[in-house]
Design a binder for this molecule. Sequence first.
Ligand code: MF3
Ligand code: CO
Length: 266
Amino acid sequence: MIYTKTEEQIGYMKEAALLVSKTLTEVAKMLKPGVSTLDIDKLCMEYAKDHKGTLSFYNYHGYPHNICASVNDVVVHGFPNKSPLKDGDIVSIDFGVILNGWHGDHAYTFILGEADPAAIELVKVTKASLYKGIEKAIVNNRVGDIGFAIQEYTERHGYGVVRELVGHGLGTSLHEDPQVPNYGKRGTGLKMKENLVLAIEPMINMGTHKVFTDDDGWTVKTQDGKVSVHFEHDVCVKAGKALILSDFSIIEAAEKANINLNTSYY
Ligand code: MF3
Ligand code: CO
């Protein structure tokens, strides 16, 4: 079932998406070597609760934490843990809340300190690929146009596009139709209508696109052990130009102000 939203509902969804953006901004402020991903989980949980948000990942199909913290070769769905983050780590934080019954779900990848220049480039290209996809999220385009744009841009850089996990519709459920692959053929898939809300989330690997799931049943890792990057925006389909509901600008400002984070690619 494909649900398009009313303007009023889009307003609620923007508030939910923004609460996630504000939470990730708090993460951008506190990140430094020595902090653990469990510390980040706690901060996100408390910040969301303080702002009337309900945690949406906890217990989702049995998921045992509030955030997904995917470091280096972890693609997505990494469990937060106690080990201290270190200089050079590539850290994706994916977080979701429910506010007034509507879901916000988005993700951002941070670079700690001195990192491998090739990994920094992967972060830059993956973020840019998200916007390439968003450019295609307009009325009368097809969902395949989004995946095609992301795949074409990232494969041109020699990267691998994860196939097993995809973006999705978003609304009163965390995962609604349609699925939004980060690969595909132009002109195929669902024709998009105004006020369809999508979570677009490229997961891009430095090397092979192939992944596997750890023994914990959740943690998705690259098969070659190389780094993977994940960015996610909540996007409302409009005529001419998509409306992005989440907001990276506040996260980026905090990231640039944090001397422990590497923003050399800007
Ligand atoms: N942003 C992730 C996704 O859309 C959220 C995963 S929720 C989890 O797949 F609880 F399964 F981790
Ligand atoms: Co998502």
